[in-house]
Every structure is written in structure tokens, then in C-alpha cells.
Design a protein around this ligand. Structure first.
Ligand code: ZN
Length: 475
């Protein structure tokens, strides 16, 4: 017989968060380590979450006018060196192919760490006139950024993502696109992942290599650390000039285009685990959960129980609910633990005594509360409860996060705030020295800058502040 207590196999979330994370990743079969250091295998349960993320995002990209395309994995080394900041930023982490087909290559090839260069090269061929603009494309792909350590979904050499790449006739349009896609990401994070995010501009130190401005969304994990969950870059004419993306404008003048790029990755699965998980394991929001409902029979051998389970399953499937009926010979207690660890939002317990009374029991994974429901109305009840769970998960994540945002007026305040697992809001003068000092003393980095100025003075040097910044330790 199988073990009856799964919970004991997961490290304690309160005292050993990193081990808890690793245990949840592996024991729920989201992911495994690949044979090459730094690589991960996304297993079917993890990949199903990614597919749900893709489905939701892809619909949003298309609704905002973007089309999908696919560009090659291999990029000529010479492309990477065309944009000075870009090559400097990515040089330490690129993997390079030097040999193929049994011989040394005339020009080494880079395994894409991101695709601005190769897409810029193609755009220069496709864009000739103002009539060719804007170009609004997205690609779903893998990228490679060499890592020496492995943290599933958070830090791996190869990961999956989408990268949007757009080209526009004017600066105004390109900036508008950059902000629009940041907004798409925010709406998606909140309404689909049930994760509240803080959006804002990145400092020069934290911005994307080659961008004029990077905007990011930051999510708070249950250990108080921040996870950068998506970025949108305004690239100005930097890549257009490096790759000669020029067009003949309406006024008969040749001009460089303005470009943007934006991306989210399988990191979002890490965000889901750490923003919602608890001591029992995963807690998944219904919109991305591979299974939204699990049906568990109690005293399955008693007459009518299996039939009732199958009937409920068919009814829910017809209503478009993702549902699994666990009819294995494990004990009900074992099944409860297993599916709770896997984060399935709702459980339906079907037992002979309740059935006689025309009822079943519903269990909510997010609150761990049980309630009774009439068997005849289980379809409608489940659908409305899934919506409630989705909303409540966002709301409770928001409450948790807001309780852990503090303000600080000096370095001590920043350190104390960060040490107790908070996001710290502080004034900043804008100089790199002060930013570096905070990093050195507190291990917190500037996550995003806000438009509104809440503090008059820089928390480090006491000079006039020009930004309010969220500081936090980050993944
Ligand atoms: Zn300062």
C-alpha cells in the first residue's frame, strides 16, 4: 500500500523555503533535472500549466494585433556584436557553436539568448516604406543563457518563453506599444495567475542590454522576495541603427524605425508555486490548473458510488471543466494528500451516506474549507466556486503583499525592512553609487521605479530624491 502521509515529504515552508520549493517542484512532477547541469525537463504536469499560460497569453497578443512567427535558433556571432551594450550584456552567458558537420565553422554561431539581433536583421529586409509599418510579431521559442547553478523554472540555461518584437514609424507609437504590452502582462498576471504585480521602470543598472528603457512587473513570493515576472522594452532606434531597419516616410525622407520587445517565460510557473503554495504543496488558480477538479470516491465498493462519480465527471466535462476522477485503489486519505499537494483547486468527495441524502462534499484547496452541495446542482456550483476561488486567490495574495510593503527613510530602515521579508519603498537620488550601496549592504536590488515621488530625499545620501523605488531581494 502507498504511504499515507505525503505532507511529511515536503520541507517546511516556514523554516526552509528553498527546500520546500525544490520538493514541491519535484514531488508534484512539474519538473526534473536534465542530465546536463543547468537544464530542466518540464514534465507533463508542468507543461500543462505552460500550455494554459500560452493559450491565455496568445489570445491576448492576437487581440492586440500581433501575429506569431518563428525565427532560427542559431545566430551568426557577428550579429551579436553589432549593438555594443547588447553584446556586452549577453557575452558572459551565450553558448557558442564552433563545430558542426564534422568541421570547424567559418563563423561561430550563437544559440539565441534572445532574438533582437536576428529579427532586426530580417526586419531590415522586410521594412522599406511607412506602409510596411507597424510590424507586430511574436514568437514562442526556447532560449539559452548559460547557468552554473540550476533552480527549476527560475534559473536554468534553457527555458521557454515568448518574445514580442515590433517596429514602428514613430517614437510615440513604439513607446505606446511598450506600455500597452506591459498592461497586457499585468492584466494576465492578475486575472489568470491571480498574482498581483507592481509595474514600473527599471533603473539603468537593471535594464535590458541595448534598451532605452525597460519596464518590468514584479511579484512578491511567500518568502518576501521579488520575482521579475515579465519585461517590456522600448528599444528606441538602437537596434534599428545596428541592423539598418530603415523606411521611406510619407515626407519622402529615409528614417530609422523605432522598435520594442517584450517577454515572459516559464519563470511564471515558479511565480505560481511561490506566490500561492503552502505547507501542503501547490495551490493553483483554476484558470491555469491542469485539472480544476478531482473526484474522489469514498467507500468505492458500496453500490452507486462509482456510477455517481462518473455521472458527475461527465456533467462537469460537458460544462468545459477540466476534471479527473481518481478511481485508483489508493485510500481516500492518500488521494486527498496527493491532489492537495498537486494544487487541484476543488475536490469532490462522493460517499454512500451523502449520496443517500442527495449530497456530495466539496473541498477548496485555497482555503482548505469543506462544504456540502446537492448532487443535482454540482455542475453549476462547481463553476461558480471555481470563479470564486480564482478571485479570492488574487485578493488574498494582494492582502499578503500589501502587508509586506514598508517605507524606509534611511539605509537602516531599508536593511530592517528587507531582513524581515518586505518590499521596501524609498526615495532615491538616481545615482548608481547609492543603488550599489544598497545592494552591497542589504542584498536588495532596485526592482522598479514609480512615477510618483513619495519621498523628498534619497534614503542613502540624503540628497534630493528623483524617484521612489521598490527595493527587495530578488530571484
Ligand atoms: Zn543618493
Amino acid at each position: 500500500m502507498a504511504k499515507d502521509n505525503f505532507v511529511e515529504n515536503i520541507a517546511d515552508i516556514e523554516t526552509d523555503f528553498p527546500q520546500w520549493y525544490t520538493d514541491v517542484c519535484k514531488k508534484t512532477q512539474l519538473v526534473d533535472y536534465g542530465p546536463v547541469k543547468g537544464t530542466m525537463v518540464i514534465r507533463p504536469y508542468g507543461y500543462a500549466i505552460w500550455e494554459n499560460i500560452q493559450k491565455e497569453l496568445d489570445a491576448r497578443f492576437k487581440a492586440t494585433g500581433h501575429k506569431n512567427a518563428y525565427f532560427p535558433l542559431l545566430i551568426p556571432m557577428s550579429f551579436m556584436t553589432k549593438e555594443a551594450e547588447h553584446v556586452e550584456g549577453f557575452a558572459p552567458e551565450v553558448a557558442v557553436v564552433t563545430h558542426a558537420g564534422g568541421e570547424e565553422l567559418a563563423e561561430p554561431l550563437v544559440v539565441r539568448p534572445t532574438s533582437e539581433t536576428i529579427i532586426g536583421n530580417m526586419y531590415s529586409k522586410w521594412i522599406q516604406s511607412y506602409r510596411d509599418l507597424p510590424v507586430l510579431m511574436n514568437q514562442w521559442a526556447n532560449v539559452m543563457r548559460w547557468e552554473k547553478t540550476t533552480r527549476p523554472f527560475l534559473r536554468t540555461s534553457e527555458f521557454l518563453w515568448q518574445e514580442g518584437h515590433t517596429a514602428h514609424a514613430t517614437e510615440e507609437e513604439a513607446v505606446e506599444e511598450t506600455m500597452k504590452m506591459l498592461g497586457v502582462y499585468r492584466e494576465f498576471a492578475e486575472n489568470v495567475l491571480a498574482i498581483p504585480v507592481i509595474c514600473g521602470r527599471k533603473t539603468e543598472k537593471e535594464k535590458f542590454a541595448g534598451a532605452v528603457a525597460t519596464y518590468g512587473m514584479e511579484a512578491m513570493m511567500k518568502d518576501g522576495k521579488s520575482l521579475q515576472s515579465g519585461t517590456s522594452h522600448y528599444l528606441g532606434q538602437n537596434f534599428a541603427k545596428a541592423f539598418d531597419i530603415k523606411f521611406l516616410d510619407k515626407d519622402g525622407v529615409q528614417k530609422y524605425a523605432y522598435t520594442s520587445s517584450w517577454g515572459v517565460s516559464t519563470r511564471l510557473i515558479g511565480a505560481l508555486i511561490m506566490a500561492h503554495g503552502d505547507k501542503r504543496g501547490l495551490v493553483l488558480p483554476p484558470k491555469v490548473a491542469p485539472e480544476q477538479v478531482v473526484i474522489v470516491p469514498i467507500a468505492a465498493k458500496k453500490g452507486g458510488v462509482i456510477e455517481a462519480c462518473e455521472e458527475i465527471k461527465a456533467q462537469l466535462e460537458n460544462a468545459g471543466v477540466r476534471v479527473v476522477f481518481d478511481n485508483t485503489d489508493n485510500s481516500p486519505g492518500w488521494k486527498f494528500n496527493e491532489w492537495e499537494m498537486k494544487g487541484v483547486p476543488l475536490r469532490i468527495e462522493v460517499g454512500p451516506r451523502d449520496l443517500e441524502a442527495g449530497k456530495v462534499i466539496l473541498f477548496r484547496r485555497d482555503t482548505c474549507e469543506k462544504c456540502e452541495c446537492l448532487k443535482d446542482s454540482v455542475g453549476a456550483t462547481v463553476i461558480s466556486l471555481l470563479e470564486t476561488v480564482q478571485k479570492d486567490m488574487l485578493e488574498s495574495a494582494r492582502v499578503r503583499r500589501d502587508e509586506r510593503i514598508v517605507k524606509a527613510a534611511d539605509m537602516q530602515g531599508i536593511l530592517a525592512g528587507v531582513e524581515s521579508g518586505n518590499f521596501v519603498k524609498a526615495g532615491w537620488c538616481g545615482c548608481r553609487e547609492c543603488e550599489d550601496k544598497i545592494k552591497e549592504k542589504t542584498a536588495a536590488s532596485a526592482r522598479v521605479m514609480l512615477d510618483e515621488l513619495e519621498d523628498e530625499l534619497c534614503a542613502v545620501c540624503g540628497k534630493k530624491a528623483v524617484h521612489t523605488v521598490y527595493f527587495a531581494r530578488a530571484y
